[in-house]
Design a protein around this ligand. Sequence first.
Ligand SMILES: [Zn+2]
Length: 280
Amino acid sequence: MRALAFERFDDESRKRARALLAHRLTALGFQPELQAFGRGINVVGRRPGTGDAPADASADAPADAAGDVLIGAHFDTVEGSPGADDNATGLAVALEMARLFAAPETRRGLRIAFFDGEEAGLAGSATYARSASRLAGLRVAVVLEMLGRTCGAPGCQHLPPDAPIALPPGQRGDFLAVLGNDTDPGLLPLFVRAAVEGQPPVLALPVLDAGRGLPDTRRSDHAPFWDEGVPAVLLTDTAELRAPEAYHGPADVADTLDWRFLTGNAQTLSTALAALLQGP
Ligand SMILES: [Zn+2]
């Protein structure tokens, strides 16, 4: 995690980040490939599932492929920030999922996607989600965007000004927010159930119409998947709505992360992912 907390803005530093991520994925058996687009390069890897269609399936064989679950996180930063929370935390948790679920023993396959160009208008995830060949077989996308900050003062947690829900007065920023599209009603309860006693609580936020009426809910790499009709959720600590002092600046360093919160969120995700990988 600390190894990834360096400014990843220009071509050279993003290349360094990509090499590190590809190296880790390779060590875990994922055979990463690069997906280049106008101003960036995604790193994506997959391990198969037991429900994969046989490689020699003929056109009239039954279409029984179980499909894949994707864990995605962007690796680029804005200029001038080491991006420890944004989004080295997402990268570290994605790598941890790759490690935990490296064995091809689940019904569904697992894809790990490290997106470039998120800070430049979700460019990498949009490139991925608009590719029909990439989307083939994808059943669920889980996007990780900043998983490591809490705030402890009463009332320190904010929501977007036009959000349709209100937080209790004096709410602290100690929960994991999970945003899902209301067209995929089964996804959010899975994450709520996964957060067992002792782990950070999950605040499930169902969003109408892929968040088009509330642009703040479309600010990360899950939005291009929503737009393509792929069931997708965003896991986040809510960024500057909780920790404005660290957001998109030099203060986004690893030393001020809440490590217990971060590892608790990884545990919650691993429980939910185990269920998702078994499929319906
Ligand atoms: Zn981000």
